[in-house]
Ligand binder design. Structure first.
Ligand SMILES: C[S@@+](CC[C@H](N)C(=O)[O-])C[C@H]1O[C@@H](n2cnc3c(N)ncnc32)[C@H](O)[C@@H]1O
Length: 228
């Protein structure tokens, strides 16, 4: 059965008419579509949610592995997986990426962490997750596409964005929100960390690899990195 949260996610995010979200998604998809030999490539959609990208990727790539931790999203994602032969869905933690995909033959994959996915992962775990992804991509000679919302835009478009998501993430908790650090917290405990340009540059340096594209606007920054 498809639950309320995944229905909300679908209507508020997947079908969103928010011009900023639409623009980010447009650029993420533009970068994806430029991947070389895309029809022969394997994509790994980390924190796949309800499958906003997994469904799109399955139509243009050879194979998609979608990993999602939250069972509330999995019902919808599994439903998509059942109707999509080249999409395989796993319930699991990104930290267990290696164990989850153990035994799969994976060469030159593309890992996708689109807008907001890394941001909702606990701060302490961010570098741990990035280390795991880096090692995985070095071993398999893959690519990474990762998007960051910029902390200096949390106060304006970010708050408008969360206002439109109120029924899903809850009312903003202004006592806890920290605009300087780019931290959004709602009264229901939803946390999202928006990154500064400096933090992203530190992450970029840590990841290494070859930069295929580093695209930024006032609101967001997308890195496309190759490890082959
Ligand atoms: C902001 S949503 C993005 C969903 C989807 N990628 C999209 O763009 O629509 C982030 C997703 O990451 C999932 N997630 C968070 N931490 C995770 C973890 N450690 N392992 C796997 N999934 C995780 C959440 O449950 C959520 O579905």
């Amino acid at each position: 059965m498809v639950n309320n949260l995944s229905e909300k996610y679908k209507s508020l995010i997947e079908k969103s008419k928010n011009p900023y979200l639409e623009e980010i998604t447009f650029n993420e998809k533009r970068i994806i579509k430029n991947i070389q030999d895309i029809s022969t490539r394997i994509f790994i959609d980390l924190g796949a949610g309800t499958g906003r990208f997994s469904g799109f990727l399955s139509k243009i790539a050879k194979k998609v592995y979608a990993i999602e931790i939250n069972s509330k999203y999995l019902a919808k994602l599994n439903e998509l997986g059942k109707n999509t032969p080249n999409l395989e869905v796993f319930q699991g933690n990104i930290l267990d990426l290696n164990q989850i995909l153990e035994g799969k033959e994976i060469k030159n994959p593309v890992i996708l962490l689109p807008q907001n996915t890394l941001s909702i992962i606990e701060n302490a775990r961010e570098m741990e997750i990035l280390s795991i992804i880096k090692k995985f991509l070095k071993d398999t000679e893959g690519e990474l596409i990762i998007t960051f919302a910029l902390s200096n835009s949390l106060k304006d478009w970010g708050m408008k964005f969360y206002e439109s998501l109120k029924s899903m993430v809850g009312e903003p908790d202004y006592d806890k929100i920290d605009f300087n650090k780019g931290i959004f917290i709602s009264k229901t405990g939803y946390v999202s960390r928006w990154h500064s340009m400096k933090e992203i540059s530190i992450i970029k340096e840590f990841l290494g690899g070859k930069i295929i594209e580093d695209y930024s606007t006032r609101y967001y920054r997308i890195l496309h990195i190759s490890f082959s």
